[in-house]
Design a protein around this ligand. Structure first.
Ligand code: ZN
Length: 270
């Protein structure tokens, strides 16, 4: 039972990955998601089923368009692989290792949206609101299932926890942004990060979202230092923060309890 489940997760993840590739191309360009059908950006040839098999088409076509020979960005393969591997790991961790089907329902779409955010922000320095709003809505909806099943009490008797967590994370990022503006006279995070923070709060809950946020800041700072040391960036140049929020969130999905433990040990509370 386990092997077919994992194979299914991998293939399903790859199929979603090829949909994500389409979003990564079209969302920042404000192109319609439904129309026109997939085509080569260079020669405009309409792509057929054989050109669109996730992962395999890229490998068999050796990363080139079958019609004009133009090189296809490796990003297409990377997105499909990332999406399949993460789907496989989530199904393994939350369906086989632990048995928490509701977390699979919550984390799969959240992670897929995060993958799209990662590559769009990396290239275009924007996080489309559609993706963040989707993660907020999804987190609140799954939270609703927990409340309905009586597994999750409402806060103060009427506020769903996911909504409060989303607001708390959004406000936290706004405050840090204001602080950054006062201290360094520059924008550290934008409105896109605030919305994504909301989605992180809604899907991860505020505790794990905080873990994700600090992980993002830590990795972002490390990456900044590496770039400056390698003289690729000057002090104070803009680095998109969204990709680090994505890495932090995925880290929190898999390792939040261990990371909290590590922090408490380091801080001397244990
Ligand atoms: Zn072409």
């Amino acid at each position: 039972m386990e092997i077919p489940l994992l194979v299914g997760a991998f293939i399903g993840g790859a199929v979603v990955g090829s949909f994500l590739n389409m979003l990564i191309w079209r969302l920042p360009r404000d192109e319609s998601i439904l129309f026109p059908p997939s085509h080569c950006p260079k020669c405009n040839a309409r792509l057929h089923t054989l050109d669109l098999i996730p992962i395999l088409s890229y490998i068999f076509l050796r990363g080139r368009c079958r019609y004009c020979g133009e090189k296809i960005e490796p990003r297409y393969l990377i997105v499909e692989l990332a999406s399949s591997l993460l789907a496989l790991l989530i199904v393994y961790k939350f369906l086989i290792y632990d048995y928490e089907p509701l977390l699979v329902l919550l984390y799969l779409p959240f992670t897929f949206a995060l993958i799209a955010v990662f590559f769009i922000d990396l290239q275009h320095y924007i996080i489309p609101d559609e993706l963040s709003l989707f993660t907020i809505g999804w987190g609140v909806a799954v939270d609703g299932i927990r409340i309905w099943r009586g597994e999750q009490p409402l806060i103060a008797g009427f506020i769903p926890p996911a909504i409060l967590s989303a607001l708390a994370m959004g406000v936290l990022i706004i405050l840090i942004n204001l602080l950054g503006r006062k201290m360094f006279k520059k924008e550290s995070m934008g409105g896109g990060d605030v919305m994504l923070g909301g989605g992180m709060g809604a899907c991860l809950g505020w505790q794990n979202a905080l873990v994700a946020f600090f992980l993002a800041v830590l990795i972002g700072a490390l990456w900044g230092v590496i770039l400056i040391v390698k003289r690729k960036k000057k002090w104070g140049t803009y680095i998109a923060f969204g990709p680090f929020l994505v890495i932090g969130s995925i880290g929190a999905i898999f390792f939040a309890p261990q990371l909290i433990d590590l922090y408490l040990t380091f801080a001397g509370f244990k």
